[in-house]
Design a protein around this ligand. Structure first.
Ligand code: ATP
Ligand code: MG
Length: 444
């Protein structure tokens, strides 16, 4: 425990005792005695001792102390965070939930689940989760691989399991556009986004060093999983941001990163490849069934394997292929997806290749379908908009809108997600949006 933390602890405890004194109009000694009894001690008042900068050695006693102080002094959530930030104890989230039940927790900042059922990534999910909870292996894990290969989907699955299994108290998801639309992520932007996820407004308002201290304190006091998605779009080198974030994590928190750019040094990373032939076939069948493309849903394994082989097992390509297979013969569709496989080892030139597989789907769209798709490209990728927002943006009447949404979905241009139980959101994948905004569409 650093002296600095002990000093901060002493300061915060004293502040709390004084606040209680003011609220109750009792002398300090009486406040401290009452605390002592509440903590189940009869003699030798520990509060006075702790106020000299001795942090309780027992977590149970620290938890009890935090509780008593917050309740008696009507102290803020912010104070509680700072108090825990002086220690290495875990369990802040439970205490926080108990003391501030009406407040939103960090979970609210998480994105919508990007798939209905994740196919063929069970082993990898387990492997990554294993690394993240391995006490001996501190720090972060990265997933790299080409666009559309399933990095975000995998990261989401890992996060969901990590939270459900109780391995982490909560998660903070940092989106590529956290710094603002079109602006690459920076370390300062990352700090702000992490701060927001942890309930701090304008974390960097008092400078980077102050933000680092507050955030590191919170990450020490809880088991938080940070997810930094799409680091290839960052305005600073991804390895640099990764190293800086690793410094903040403390003993219990971890970070999971994704990028189209390969990680090279110092980061435990998994290079994500396409789905196996069997799993790719399963995804094709699943998507075909959902979209009502009967002949694909019922196709034999060899026929499906051929398409999976052509796409290199890229889930995004497979979804687009299903959309096209509803209208065109399998060999025509399969031939066009060859470009995706060639891309497996390249990471920068993906856009050109994807155009060659998006464009045929574009050509299958009706005029109104295109109008809606272009309107949707103005929403943030991965976030999208609600039905009324889509209506306003596309300028289509209600009946036409519903039909066009179905059309875009059938061709796998559009994703449907649940932001909450009562609200459905429609959004585009980053690559789809990229395609819609590209010259090929603008001129077409
Ligand atoms: N294993 C899977 N099972 C089912 N759907 C999947 C799977 N992997 C990915 N998908 C779906 O395929 C699409 C592309 O995946 P995802 O967005 O995760 O790719 P990505 O690698 O993160 O791409 P980018 O580099 O553009 O961010 C998404 O709609 C996603 O939900
Ligand atoms: Mg992604």
């Amino acid at each position: 425990m650093s002296t600095r933390n002990e000093e901060r602890f002493a300061g915060l405890l004293t502040e709390a005792v004084h606040t209680i004194k003011r609220h109750t109009s009792k002398p300090i000694a009486a406040v401290q005695d009452e605390l002592m009894y509440a903590l189940g001690r009869e003699t030798g008042n520990p509060v006075e001792y702790w106020r000299k900068g001795h942090i309780p050695a027992s977590q149970a006693e620290f938890v009890q102390l935090s509780r008593e102080l917050v309740v008696r002094g009507n102290l803020s959530r912010e104070w509680l965070h700072r108090f825990w930030g002086c220690t290495d104890f875990v369990g802040l989230v439970e205490v926080e939930r108990e003391l501030f039940p009406a407040q939103e927790t960090a979970r609210q900042s998480l994105p919508q689940r990007p798939y209905e059922r994740l196919v063929g990534r069970e082993e990898l999910t387990g492997e990554i989760l294993g690394c993240l909870i391995d006490e001996a292996r501190k720090g972060l894990v990265a997933i790299d691989g080409m666009g559309g290969i399933g990095k975000t989907a995998l990261a989401y699955a890992v996060m969901e399991q990590a939270l459900h299994g109780g391995a982490f108290d909560s998660a903070v998801w940092v989106r590529e556009d956290a710094a603002g639309p079109g602006e690459g992520l920076t370390y300062a932007g990352t700090l702000n986004a992490i701060g927001l996820g942890l309930g701090l407004r304008d974390a960097t308002g008092r400078g980077i060093a102050a933000a680092e201290e507050r955030i590191a304190g919170l990450l020490r006091a809880q088991r938080i999983l940070l997810v930094l998605d799409n680091l290839e779009t960052a305005a600073e080198p991804q390895a640099q941001i990764a190293a800086q974030v690793a410094e903040l994590l403390g003993p219990h928190s971890r970070a999971l990163l994704t990028s189209r750019q390969r990680f090279v040094h110092g980061v435990y990373h998994i290079h994500l490849g396409g789905l196996s032939s069997a799993h790719g076939g399963e995804l094709l069948r699943q998507e075909a069934q959902a979209r009502g493309v009967v002949h694909v849903a019922q196709a034999g394994p060899e026929e499906l394997a051929r398409i999976v082989g052509q796409t290199g097992g890229s889930p995004l390509a497979l979804k687009l292929a299903v959309g096209q297979l509803a209208y065109q013969p399998a060999d025509v569709v399969a031939a066009r997806f060859q470009s995706v496989r060639l891309l497996q080892e390249e990471t920068d030139e993906y856009a050109r290749f994807y155009r060659s597989i998006f464009f045929p789907s574009w050509k299958l769209l009706s005029g109104e379908g295109r109008q809606l798709l272009v309107a949707m490209s103005h929403f943030a990728p991965g976030v999208g908009g609600t039905f009324p927002a889509l209506k306003a943006a596309a300028g289509l009447p209600i009946d036409a809108l519903a039909e066009r949404i179905d059309e875009l979905w059938r061709l796998a241009f559009l994703e449907i997600g649940e932001a909450s139980v009562s609200s459905i959101r429609y959004y585009l994948h980053t690559l789809t949006r990229h395609f819609v905004l590209s010259d090929i569409v603008q001129m077409g």
